[in-house]
Design a protein around this ligand. Structure first.
Ligand SMILES: [Ca+2]
Length: 404
């Protein structure tokens, strides 16, 4: 039941995320805003936690397993040991296949209250939503935070608590729409299989163009972490007289699904591994989401964040995910005599906001902002097109220069 629920949530969430892709279809142009495939950013990368069950020795633990009718059954007990693969519950178990049977999970050391689950990315990515499926009861308080500068600074995405006022002195979004805290995902039941879901583009961001600066600021991450702050017990525990409460005092998480994609400003639909990226071995059949864009629309850079060398005739712009407008970079008019150009605001304004490209290092004895005339001392050969390298000849006695 819980698995089905998780599945349904995933599907809905994926549909939301692919919005970034499909919003672009409105445009009638051949070229349109595009985005690489969405996926789980945790696949193929290491997830960090502070503790793991049985790190020093074999530990006994007990847990309530999934039960569809939410009646209280006796907890099941087992041993964990980080050193024995069959008994280990490492952080990597949160990023294997969701459909793996039996389900795998990460489990914390016993009795920890504060624990961090963290994903470090090797580049900037889009983060669209998080789904965590707990095996233990969900925390009574937790914070989801993101970093955009490789962990130097963090800011909260959302606070989660059974009591937002008490834990964080914040409003609860169950009462106040759009509030920074929610009590929606903090109940102790279900004692196993409870989910925590967060959508980056939930209101007030849902109506925004995903490539606009406002949305980018919300979607962009290099690191994501969840601070688990307070454990809570399954209400069934009161009825289980045979089990010591401390053997149930741990966090356990089946899945840590960080949905997102490569960060390309709407200018790419495919990405390759970032230089130096080393993939962690994964048992998941899902593909790793890589971070280096293969740019379209005459753009360049790891995130298509600039125009390609000879395409600076207009200022660079992100594509528009709402209208599908690709906002392509346009080629400078250099008559075939330059390999690069730069954008100049004065030239742009003087042209009536139509063309601002100034060619760099005009070759073949040419000069001018568009390499449009022969250098002084060279003359135009009218027998051949001006765009050919030999169009400006330098051997004549006269020093005529000529416009193209
Ligand atoms: Ca798992």
């Amino acid at each position: 039941m819980e698995v089905l629920l998780a599945l349904a949530t995933l599907l809905v969430a994926s549909a939301l995320a692919t919005g970034i892709n499909t919003m672009a279809t409105i445009a009638s142009q051949r070229e349109k805003a595009c985005n690489p495939r969405m996926g789980n950013l945790a696949i193929g990368r290491r997830i960090w936690t502070d503790t793991v069950c049985g790190s020093n020795s074999t530990e006994l633990y007990c847990a309530y397993t999934d039960y569809p009718d939410q009646t209280c059954k006796e907890p099941k007990c087992d041993k964990c040991s980080a050193a024995v693969p069959r008994l280990s519950h490492p952080a990597s178990a949160m990023a294997d296949s969701t459909f793996k049977n039996p389900r795998t999970w990460w489990q914390s050391a016993r009795d920890v209250q504060r624990e961090i689950v963290q994903l470090n990315l090797e580049a900037t990515f889009y983060f669209t939503h998080l789904i965590m499926v707990f095996k233990s009861p969900r925390p009574a308080a937790m914070i989801l935070e993101g970093s955009q500068d490789f962990g130097l600074s963090w800011r909260p995405y959302k606070y989660f608590s059974t009591n937002c006022t008490q834990s964080f002195q914040l409003e609860d979004d169950v009462n106040v729409k759009g509030a920074p805290c929610t009590s929606r995902y903090s109940q102790a039941v279900p004692c196993s299989g409870g989910e925590v879901i967060y959508r980056t583009m939930s209101p007030p961001y849902s109506a925004v163009d995903p490539y606009s600066e406002k949305a980018q600021d919300q979607l962009k991450i290099t690191n994501l972490r969840v601070q688990l702050l307070k454990q809570q017990r399954c209400p069934c525990l009161n009825k289980s007289l045979d089990v010591k409460p401390q053997s149930l005092a741990h966090y356990a998480v089946y899945d840590f699904i960080v949905k997102g994609s490569c960060f390309c400003n709407g200018h790419a639909d495919h990405c390759v591994p970032t230089d130096g990226f080393r993939q962690v071995r994964t048992t998941s059949k899902l593909q790793v989401v890589h971070g280096n864009c293969i740019c379209k629309h005459n753009t360049a850079g790891p995130h298509c964040e600039q125009c390609a060398a000879l395409y600076n005739d207009k200022p660079w712009k992100a594509a528009n995910g709402k209208t599908g407008e690709p906002n392509m970079c346009e080629k400078c008019k250099c008559n075939g005599h330059a390999d690069s150009c730069h954008f100049n605001m004065d030239v742009w304004l003087a042209s009536g906001n139509r063309s601002g490209g100034v060619c760099d290092n005009c070759q073949h004895n040419t000069e001018g902002i568009h390499c449009q005339r022969c250098k002084q001392g060279f003359f135009r050969d009218f027998q051949i097109p001006f765009s050919t390298p030999e169009a400006c000849k330098g051997t004549a006695s006269s020093s005529l220069s000529s416009d193209a």
